[in-house]
Design a protein around this ligand. Structure first.
Ligand SMILES: Cc1cc2nc3c(=O)[nH]c(=O)nc-3n(C[C@H](O)[C@H](O)[C@H](O)COP(=O)(O)OP(=O)(O)OC[C@H]3O[C@@H](n4cnc5c(N)ncnc54)[C@H](O)[C@@H]3O)c2cc1C
Length: 427
């Protein structure tokens, strides 16, 4: 790597200083417990980066870090996972929000990879039914023994995820044989376990089923799909050829798959919204530090209105969305506590949350695309060269609107929700 940014500014752009900027912004907003957890995860990331001489250069394999973060309890804090003796004291959606902010600033691609593992963790958490092989898979993914992946998308079925072409045929002993092709599944070539959807009858949403798959089984064939904007992530294209799934691995029998797919989509959209927001903070932190130090025409560039006012706009939008998202997370956690679990939240509240999840995902993804690009722009060449994570933010922010349901699909869901909420309002 050729150094393009001068020593003083490069040093000031350290992870420690970017965390300081984030903390200064959040200290008046977070509760003491939330703030302590933020600092705990930040401390770990800072030490980890230093101890392992991590430079975030192109040669580093972020899958090598998964186990260390898993052992520390930083793959997911969505639940306390007492059924596999993990027992986090501090957990829930707000904990997930905070963990995401801290880890994304360390490495946005690593954070996205662990977010994809969580998409496989959630269905196994909800549908383990105390079956030993499912608990074993759950523990392995939560503790970082292996990444996980979720297999929804197919080459011919993306946005239209309920009309699946991958088939599952039930055998006399209750096991299933799967055939079909899946694509763009984050982590899949590196994952020990994946959660996959298939149907007994192609194109029939009412016959969908959900399966846990051990990727070492015969008939699971995976190739890497390269997404140049996230070059360190491994996405998969999987050919399932007469893949035999034993009965204990059937998380949801035919007829249950569609419902299980949708219950996973609210947390997925929220986690993408949080990830997009974290990208905004990462890029604003870089730009704010840089603009306070970089001089042109004998002044810090922040003092030119063209820079200072644009940066203020990005910062205001990022702060405001943080407040909205934090409130959503806290309200969600209160409901989980009140009703005794996320699956116990009553239907009408769930319905309102489906709308909120789409609203937040829609706006956060759009904001990430704008904020990361504009913040990079304010850094000139320094924002585009490979000396900092800024180029990573610009790249990863390009894909947020597609992952987890495109912009148009969120708009479609929101417009449908407007109809449902209108009817629920009794007008
Ligand atoms: C980096 C990355 C990671 C991913 N990770 C995963 C993963 O872990 N697991 C997984 O299963 N999938 C994953 N995906 C797949 C992702 O969810 C899909 O790419 C996405 O849902 C869009 O599907 P598609 O690519 O087939 O596009 P299409 O559905 O073909 O859409 C093409 C365009 O048409 C528009 N469109 C489609 N239908 C409508 C409509 N009804 N109204 C208006 N516009 C419409 C879309 O908005 C889009 O602009 C990932 C994708 C990427 C790029």
């Amino acid at each position: 790597m050729t150094q393009a940014i001068n020593d003083e500014i490069l040093e000031k752009l350290s992870l420690k200083n970017r965390y300081s900027f984030l903390n200064t912004n959040l200290m008046s907003i977070l509760t003491p417990d939330e703030f302590n957890f933020l600092k705990e995860v930040e401390r770990f990331c800072q030490r980890y980066e230093k101890k392992n001489n991590i430079t975030h250069g192109p040669e580093e394999d972020l899958y090598e870090w998964v186990e260390d973060f898993g052992q520390e309890g930083y793959i997911t804090r969505a639940h306390n996972f007492d059924m596999v003796d993990v027992n986090y004291e501090y957990w829930g959606l707000t904990a997930e929000f905070i963990k995401t902010l801290a880890i994304d600033m360390f490495s946005p691609q690593f954070l996205m990879g662990s977010g994809a593992t969580v998409l496989a963790v959630n269905p196994v958490y909800w549908h383990h039914d105390d079956v030993p092989v499912r608990l074993e898979a759950l523990k392995a993914m939560v503790t970082g023994k292996t990444p996980g992946a979720i297999l929804i998308t197919e080459p011919d079925r993306g946005s239209d995820a309920v009309h699946q072409l991958t088939t599952c045929d039930e055998q006399d002993d209750g096991s299933f044989i799967l055939n079909g092709t899946k694509i763009y599944n984050t982590n899949a070539p590196k994952a020990g376990y994946v959660v996959c959807y298939a149907t007994t009858e192609a194109n029939n949403p009412n016959q969908m089923a959900q399966f846990l798959i051990d990727t070492s089984w015969d008939g699971f064939n995976v190739e890497r799909v390269n997404i140049p904007w996230v070059p360190k992530l491994w996405l998969g294209k999987e050919e399932l050829n007469n893949l035999h799934v034993p009965r204990e691995y059937v998380l949801g029998a035919p007829g249950k798959g569609r419902e299980y797919l949708f219950e996973g989509l609210v947390p997925e959209r929220i986690s993408i919204a949080i990830m997009s927001l974290a990208q905004c903070w990462g890029s604003v932190a870089h730009a704010a530090i840089y603009a306070n130090l970089r001089e042109q025409f004998n002044q810090e560039i922040l003092k030119f209105q063209g820079v200072g006012f644009l940066l203020s706009d990005l910062w205001a939008q990022t702060t405001n969305l943080s407040l909205a998202m934090l409130k959503f997370c806290q309200a969600y956690d209160e409901k989980v506590e009140k009703f005794g679990g996320d699956m116990e939240i009553p239907g009408n509240i769930q319905q309102a949350m489906v709308a909120s999840a789409s609203q937040l995902k829609y706006q956060a993804a759009k904001l990430s695309k704008d904020v990361c690009y504009e913040a990079g722009n304010l850094m000139g060449g320094a924002g585009l060269c490979d000396n900092t994570l800024m180029h990573d933010y610009i790249n990863i922010s390009r894909i947020q609107e597609i992952v987890g349901g495109s912009r148009q699909i969120q708009q479609y869901i929101m417009s449908r929700a407007l109809r449902t909420l209108y009817k629920m309002s009794g007008i």
